[in-house]
Write a protein that binds this ligand. Structure first.
Ligand code: DGP
Length: 113
């Protein structure tokens, strides 16, 4: 499978990794939209939210546990941060391996564009 984020998991494409666990990996976004912009991904390939099944519930939970730890390490937990997971092109998904954006370090507006 020709998946960019699977290649990062495999170490075949470099990334600035900030978190690593049995189930998840997190690295800095190549095109940051905030002072902190980290992508949290499952090691397992899942293309979109629509492809998740019941067995993935703990896996998805682990992405949020990672986000919480990353936010604390980045010093953005108290001020606040945003987590976003886009699903399919209409919502802006461009890499088809699910990933949780963790954005912080600046004020966030609502609704997102
Ligand atoms: P999305 O549009 O929600 O699918 O987000 C994909 C993100 O992936 C986007 O913010 C840019 C980031 N990205 C794309 N290619 C690379 C890469 O090779 N390395 C890193 N670190 N981030 C990437």
């Amino acid at each position: 499978m020709d998946c960019l984020f699977c290649k990062i998991v495999a170490g075949r494409i470099p990334a600035e990794i900030v978190y690593d666990s049995d189930t998840a990996l997190a690295f800095r976004d190549i095109d940051p939209q905030a002072p902190t912009h980290v992508l949290v991904i499952p090691r397992k390939h899942v293309s979109t939210i629509n492809d998740l099944d019941g067995e993935d519930e703990a896996l998805v939970g682990s992405l949020f546990t990672a986000a919480k730890e990353i936010a604390a390490a980045e010093g953005i937990a108290d001020d606040g941060y945003r987590t976003v997971m886009n699903c399919n092109e209409g919502a802006g998904q461009s890499v088809f391996h699910i990933h949780l954006h963790v954005l912080g370090g600046r004020p966030m507006t609502w609704p997102p564009g």
